[in-house]
Ligand binder design. Structure first.
Ligand code: ZN
Ligand code: ZN
Length: 396
């Protein structure tokens, strides 16, 4: 395993001698961050935090042999170097931030290994209890999305087999509690923050938050078109990011301390408001690039053509993520009236490919600050002056 040299230099973080685990000091004692190769091209982290007279495991890796072994080794390292009484059998709960395979694929293995209850948001619990059935439906929805995007039908299987939900990919397991959001148990509080996935939760614990894939330190979180996966999409994602920022600011205002997110990939983030700001700016830049591409193009473009122009990097694995990202952005910009679909009269089941251009009547101003507009609109829902209650009511 590679030496872990990504963790910040801070007295709160002490790395194990081989770098596979890190102790993080929190206001409620030490929590542990265990590194695992969750997919051949992806490193992730699971976390251990004190729960009752034992531990809670936050996320479970992907369930591949390599991922399970890395986490097993991480437990051993934590026991040897930090927590002599740690024992896999003392894990009482498995809390999942969401049901993407790199977080939930290991749930059945760790449930059997520890006897712990698995908790996940209601919107994603069937991805654990009835994965194969869900995977087939998700695949069908995604297949339609890819056909609409202009991807040749013979390429679709390969794209979905690589990354999508694939029947047989995850071993199904029981869910003991379906969360909605707002629950508290022990020192944990679950906050519903959808967008990156339909039932994504962040889990607050003292002055840290296990933030899953909502906000990463180096890259932008993956987004998905909501017409392929309901409760994802740009608007849900942006509102959740803004809510995380609000929670962090509120935490700081009330307790005079910073809330530190422990994301499931990349290194921890030391300042949520600054990191959200950076993510939102990056998000806006990509929207502008997409709009500029369509502005400069002589002909309307399909999603596949836009994805190729925006993201083509020669790596075959990127296609699925690039198409999903562009699909989500185009959906959003279309909703804002900045794009339009052309030649709709020629669309049919045999010819489902949607092509886009800049909307003829959209002014330059409305293409600025697409992200800020949505955030402001959302805050205004709560900030507006109370309406005169009786003013509009008919009287007799
Ligand atoms: Zn994810
Ligand atoms: Zn992930």
């Amino acid at each position: 395993m590679e030496k872990n040299n990504e963790e910040p230099e801070s007295p709160r973080f002490s790395s194990s001698s081989d770098g596979s685990a890190t102790r993080v000091e929190t206001s409620l004692g030490g929590v542990y961050r265990i590194r695992a190769r969750v997919l051949p091209y992806l490193t992730g982290f699971v976390h251990l935090a004190p729960f009752e007279d034992g531990w809670a495991l936050i996320d479970s890796g992907s369930g591949t042999e390599e991922s399970n072994e890395d986490i097993e080794r991480g437990f051993e390292v934590v026991r040897r170097e930090f927590e002599p009484t740690l024992d896999v059998a003392r894990v009482k709960r498995i809390f999942l931030t969401h049901a993407h395979v790199d977080h939930s694929g290991g749930a059945s293995y760790w449930r059997e290994r520890t006897g712990a209850e698995v908790w996940i948001h209601a919107f994603e619990s069937r991805l654990l209890t009835a994965y194969d059935a869900c995977a087939r439906v998700e695949n069908l929805r995604y297949e339609r999305f890819l056909l609409e995007s202009g991807v040749a039908s013979e390429k679709i299987r390969g794209i979905l087999d690589g990354f999508g939900f694939r029947p047989g990919r995850v071993r199904e397991t029981e869910v003991a509690r379906k969360l909605i959001g707002g629950e508290r148990v022990g020192d944990f509080r679950f906050v519903y923050l959808p967008g990156h996935s339909p039932g994504h939760v962040a889990i607050l614990f003292g002055d840290v938050v296990f933030s899953g894939d909502l906000l990463l330190s180096k890259t932008l979180a993956q987004i998905w078109p909501s017409r392929a996966t309901p409760q994802t999409g740009v608007v849900n994602y942006l509102l959740s990011l803004d809510e995380l920022r609000r929670i962090a600011l509120e935490f700081e205002r009330r307790l005079g301390a910073k809330l530190t997110p422990l994301p499931a990939h990349e290194e921890p983030i030391d300042d949520i408001p600054r990191a959200t700001e950076r993510a939102l700016r990056g998000f806006e830049r990509r929207n502008r690039r997409l709009l500029a591409l369509l502005e400069e193009s002589d002909a309307p473009l399909s999603l596949e053509e836009i994805a190729n122009k925006m993201y083509w990097s020669g790596r075959p694995n990127r296609e699925f993520f690039a198409l999903s990202d562009v699909g989500a952005r185009v959906e959003f910009l279309l909703q804002l009236g900045l794009l339009e679909i052309v030649e709709t009269e020629r669309l049919s089941a045999d010819n489902p490919v949607l092509r886009y251009r800049r909307a003829l009547f959209s002014d330059a101003e409305s293409a600025e600050n697409t992200v800020e507009k949505i955030l402001r609109a959302n805050r205004a829902r709560y900030d507006s002056e109370p309406v005169e209650r009786d003013a509009e009511l008919p009287r007799d």
